[in-house]
Design a protein around this ligand. Structure first.
Ligand code: SAM
Ligand code: DTB
Ligand code: SF4
Length: 378
């Protein structure tokens, strides 16, 4: 079966993912904790793995169809020569990574890529630019891209660096659903990785995005030499935002020749899994994305990440500039694991609330009728 057919055959399946708060109206912050302490998060990260996974999978099943995975596709709309000095990034102009710089793409060329992404089954199209921030003269083109991609029925996401409040509002008005802006690591470790902007700058843009009404996609990178405490610090910042990011990308560092992190020590894949599971527990209704670095992971590591609560991936052979698994490989992986692409349901808030309440009631009944060993009473 051709790839496009394979993914679209899933479209006709009835998939109940209506309990995801993120895609159907604004999440309800009062449901969740926003006062996590660092030591509590470290305690989760260091639980015996089976205990951590059991807890994460339990939370996951309260809010999501456990076998549905949201599919995003990435496109770099402006590549390289970035003025920021992020030590992990192939696109920073501060390092010689051999990447060829490219100007902002033509709107029509971007729309053509979006059409292709839709054909192979992506539900969200993410456009990234290697900018510190968009310039006024870039904005009309960027807004045109948003309008065009939206008109195809795809969800839209952009990552363009820092935004002013006015720029965030203009993007929202044009129909941008998500803005990606990662915190990357803990506030304490941030200065070791990036010196050309501050954590406070990052939080300010996230605030502009939230105030504009767009959804937030914000996460980080693991494998940059950070400690467990730094991982807890990143998750603490994300989970204690006034509203959880609807989308939380967890990237595994792809070591890039020429960057200062080229020779950093390998990340233990189990630590990646632990971070996914902890993110799932802290932000129960957010999509947690197994983002960059899947190309470096075994299928078994990815299977474990899905079990830990990851429910979103980037699909397609390229991320922004780095490689992602071959589409055919992902197709096979989904078949082996019994996974399918998540459907978009445009349900109103009341329906969504009802589905959520029903799920919570069911979970309570199951808990009341099941003893500690998992035996059903009666
Ligand atoms: N310039 C924009 C910004 O920084 O917000 C958007 C593009 S930037 C490439 C988006 C994210 O990609 C970064 O925040 C980082 O988390 C991730 N990333 C970049 N290079 C990476 C690498 N080598 N390995 C893993 N993740 C990476
Ligand atoms: C995110 O957290 N990861 C994506 C997306 N947001 C923009 C980018 C990953 C980039 C990996 C390196 C590259 O392709 O250049
Ligand atoms: Fe620029 Fe973003 Fe890369 Fe940092 S991560 S160098 S801001 S493209």
């Amino acid at each position: 079966m051709a790839l496009a057919e394979f993914w679209s055959s899933f479209r006709s399946q009835k998939v109940n993912n209506a309990m995801d708060t993120s895609d159907h109206g604004s999440p309800r912050p009062e449901r969740f904790r926003h006062d996590w302490q660092r030591h509590e998060i470290e305690a989760l990260l260091t639980l015996p793995l089976n205990d951590l996974l059991f807890q994460a999978q339990g939370v996951h099943r309260q809010y999501f169809d456990p076998n549905a995975v949201q599919i995003s596709t990435l496109l770099s709309i402006k590549t390289g020569a970035c003025p920021e000095d992020c030590k992990y990034c192939p696109q920073s102009g501060h390092y010689n990574t051999g990447l060829e710089r490219e100007k902002l793409m033509q709107v029509e060329a971007v729309l053509e890529e979006a059409r292709r992404a839709k054909e192979v089954g992506a539900s969200r199209f993410c456009m990234g630019a290697a900018w510190k921030n968009p310039r006024a003269k870039d904005m009309p083109y960027v807004l045109e891209m948003v309008r065009g991609v939206r008109a195809m029925g795809l969800e839209t996401c952009m990552t363009l660096g820092m935004l002013t409040r006015d720029q965030a509002e203009a993007l929202e008005e044009a129909g941008l659903d998500y803005y990606n802006h990662n915190l990357d690591t803990s506030p304490e470790y941030y200065g070791e990785i990036i010196t050309t902007r501050t954590y406070a700058d990052r939080l300010e843009t996230l605030d502009h995005v939230r105030q504009s009404g767009m959804k937030i996609c914000s996460g980080g990178i693991l494998g940059m030499g950070e400690s467990i405490n730094d991982r807890a610090g990143l998750l603490q910042q994300l989970a204690n935002l006034p509203t959880h990011p609807e989308s939380v990308p967890i990237n595994m560092l792809i070591r890039i020749q020429g960057t200062p992190l080229e020779h950093v020590e390998d990340l233990d894949p189990i630590d990646f899994i632990r971070t996914i599971a902890t993110a799932r527990i802290l932000m129960p209704a957010s999509h947690v994305r197994m983002a960059a670095g899947r190309e470096l992971m075994s299928d078994e590591t990815q299977a474990l990440a899905f079990f830990a609560g990851a429910n979103s991936i980037f699909y397609g052979e390229r991320l922004l500039t780095a490689q992602n698994p071959q589409a055919a490989h992902d197709k096979r992986l989904f078949e082996r694991l019994g996974l399918y692409p998540e459907q978009r349901h445009d349900v109103d808030d009341a329906t969504h609330e009802a589905v959520l309440n029903d799920r919570i009631r069911q979970a309570r009944v199951t808990a009341m009728t099941t003893d500690a060993a998992g035996h059903v009473a009666g």
